[in-house]
Write a protein that binds this ligand. Structure first.
Ligand code: MG
Length: 372
């Protein structure tokens, strides 16, 4: 049963190119499936989340991270009476615009673009992928996703001003996104705050002592686990603790969002859209814990000396390839050369699009070929 404040698929604003209904799947289920069948979705498998393939095959990559975000989003959406199909589609598509090499790749690509008075933003890039770059269907370019899924791509993690982004006017920038989209940024954090502790510990970049000292909520939960399973190996106590931390955030997000909806008398999607702020939120204490975990991860893992070399490599590879193609556009694949000739398209944007679509493996190969 969907709540009144959920997005109801029969009220969808529809697709850019109208299509007849499908006999077995509704429009959001079809969007979810179109994302799963997209080439850029498959490429997530070879894109770094935090650890590259050089470390180990059992750490998260951007695809397995995406699947975890999707699992958490489905649970929370279901518990809140939201549209689970829409939440799932949005979770599966949320990282599709990420360039190779995790955040180092994204930052460097943005820095390269800024030298040309432009910028790179993974949400806007994701929108271009689903609107244009994916070529699967004879009847239309892109995936022809519903307006709600495209709006969620644009708005899941930040608000864009209508003044700076006139091209996004159709996405109701003066309104809040539906709750299904509001969830994604928070479920993304639940997923990586816990998974990165796990991978960091497994990679031996974070020790149990260090985590217990730096993340008080983890320490508190670890004490509970120790009482329950005093003889279990540390790794299993660790797993039990991470699981509890994840559940704690999920439960808090469900309960606190429910509370905010009730307290503010939110009964319809229109209420959600016109409320002055986003309604999906953690409670203040859990939000403080979340921030603490995140700061710990930034300090001790993402900016750790152990990952510095890899990050340096990533920056150098992106930067050198970007300037190589800016100087040698004839070395770009033919279809990108054609794009660069199009009216109103800059070479920098075309080079950026090309690089952003690459997997870690592919960009290494390109670097060897053109720059090494
Ligand atoms: Mg993510």
């Amino acid at each position: 049963m969907l709540a009144g404040y959920a997005v109801h698929v029969e009220h969808s604003r529809g697709r850019r190119y109208p299509e007849p209904p499908h006999p077995y799947r509704n429009d959001f289920q079809r969007d979810r499936d179109r994302v799963i069948h997209a080439r850029s979705f498959r490429r997530l498998e070879a894109k770094t989340q935090v650890f590259s393939r050089r470390h180990s095959d059992h750490f998260r990559n951007r695809l397995t991270h995406t699947l975890e975000v999707s699992q958490i989003s489905r649970t929370i959406a279901g518990a809140l009476g939201l549209n689970v199909d829409l939440a799932e589609a949005l979770a599966l598509v949320h990282d599709i615009g990420h360039p190779p090499f995790g955040h180092a790749g994204e930052k460097t690509l943005d820095a390269c673009m800024r030298e040309h008075g432009l910028s790179f933003d993974h949400n806007l890039h994701a929108l271009r992928i689903v609107e244009d770059f994916e070529q699967r269907y004879a009847a239309f370019p892109g995936l022809n996703l519903t307006s709600e899924v495209r709006e969620g791509i644009v708005k899941h993690s930040r608000d864009y001003s209508a003044k700076d982004h006139p091209e996004l006017a159709e996405y109701l920038l003066d309104q809040r996104p539906p709750l299904e989209a509001q969830l994604i940024d928070l479920t993304d954090e639940i997923a990586y705050n816990t998974a990165d502790l796990d991978d960091g510990y497994e990679a031996r970049l974070l020790s149990l002592v260090q985590i217990r000292r730096g993340v008080p909520v983890f320490d508190g939960l670890f004490r509970e686990v120790e009482q329950l399973y005093p003889h279990a190996p540390d790794k299993l106590k660790f797993n039990e603790t991470v699981k509890r931390e994840l559940n704690r955030m999920v439960e808090d997000l469900i309960k606190n969002t429910q509370k905010r909806l009730t307290e503010n008398g939110i009964c319809t999607l229109e209420h959600v859209r016109h409320f002055p702020e986003r309604l999906a939120a953690f409670s203040a204490p859990v939000n403080a814990e979340r921030r603490q975990s995140k700061e710990f991860l930034y300090d001790k893992l993402y900016f750790s000396p152990a990952l510095a070399d890899e990050k340096g490599d990533a920056e150098r590879i992106v930067r050198e390839l970007f300037s190589f193609w800016m100087k040698n556009p004839a070395a770009l694949p033919h279809n990108y050369q054609e794009k660069a000739k199009a009216e109103g398209e800059s070479l920098a944007r075309v080079v950026c699009d090309y690089i952003a679509g690459m997997t870690d493996n592919f960009i290494y190969g390109q670097y060897e070929k053109h720059c090494a």
